[in-house]
Design a protein around this ligand. Structure first.
Ligand SMILES: Nc1ncnc2c1ncn2[C@@H]1O[C@H](COP(=O)(O)OP(=O)(O)OP(=O)(O)O)[C@@H](O)[C@H]1O
Ligand SMILES: NC(=O)c1ccc[n+]([C@@H]2O[C@H](CO)[C@@H](O)[C@H]2O)c1
Ligand SMILES: [Mg+2]
Length: 195
């Protein structure tokens, strides 16, 4: 069985942290990080606000991300081996793929492929604080969070909800351990219900 999990939600919600924990505990589990598909800096548009528009779908090479997902779908075993994931062959033959990123549910060709879509959120103040402690490959210029990052987050979330995309919301204020156990248990239950 092939099972695709989305770990989505806002920037600094804790997506990468949660994903790394899940990867260690789920059998035959591969990961694709959406952040690996950012276009080069010189291809990122500059908005009327003067900010480079990092937080829009057009700044990601989603076609390339889709091709990578399709490569996994056509042969999860081959994909796992090529990415250094050890494959355990047991009777259930379950293969899991985690897609991790901040705009997972806004790209039409991918949205129906998920078996389960998680969405991490934290309050505005916490998000802004966590973001201020981070250094990205291209550092945030002053004002980017309020001028671009937060408004784009709200816009895409509104669109996702208007499109009726079904997600499981996760409270990113919970501890790392609590989130990990909650999601691991939920995935395991959902896998049992399918097999
Ligand atoms: N449950 C948690 N409670 C408190 N802090 C957390 C929790 N999970 C992650 N963090 C911290 O919050 C910050 C963001 O975490 P992480 O990088 O996992 O988020 P992200 O959603 O992947 O962010 P990005 O938008 O950069 O991809 C990090 O400093 C991390 O250590
Ligand atoms: N990874 C990058 O190249 C990059 C560059 C500039 C900004 N970002 C930020 O990453 C977040 C998603 O994880 C987005 O909020 C981007 O602003 C990433
Ligand atoms: Mg991350």
């Amino acid at each position: 069985m092939k099972y695709i999990v989305g770990i989505g939600g806002m920037t600094n919600g804790g997506k990468t942290t949660l994903t790394n924990s899940l990867l260690k505990s789920l059998p035959n589990c591969c990961v694709i990080h959406q952040d690996d598909f950012f276009k080069p800096q010189d291809q990122i548009a500059v908005g009327e606000d003067g900010f480079k528009q990092w937080d829009v779908l057009e700044s990601l090479d989603m076609e390339a991300m889709l091709s990578t997902v399709q490569a996994w779908m056509s042969s999860p075993q081959k994909f796992a081996r090529a990415h250094g994931v050890s494959v355990q062959l047991d009777a259930s033959d379950t293969h899991i793929l985690i897609l991790e990123g901040f705009l997972l549910y806004s790209y039409k060709p991918l949205v129906d492929l998920y078996s389960r879509r998680y969405f991490l959120t934290v309050p505005y103040e916490e998000c802004k604080w966590r973001r201020s402690t981070r250094r990205y490959m291209v550092p945030d210029p002053p004002g980017l969070f309020d001028g671009h990052v937060w408004p784009m987050y709200q816009k895409y979330k509104r669109e996702m909800e208007a499109n009726g995309v079904e997600v499981v919301y996760l409270d990113g204020m919970k501890s790392r351990e609590e989130l990990f156990h909650q999601v691991l248990e939920d995935i395991q239950n959902s896998l049992l219900n399918r097999s």
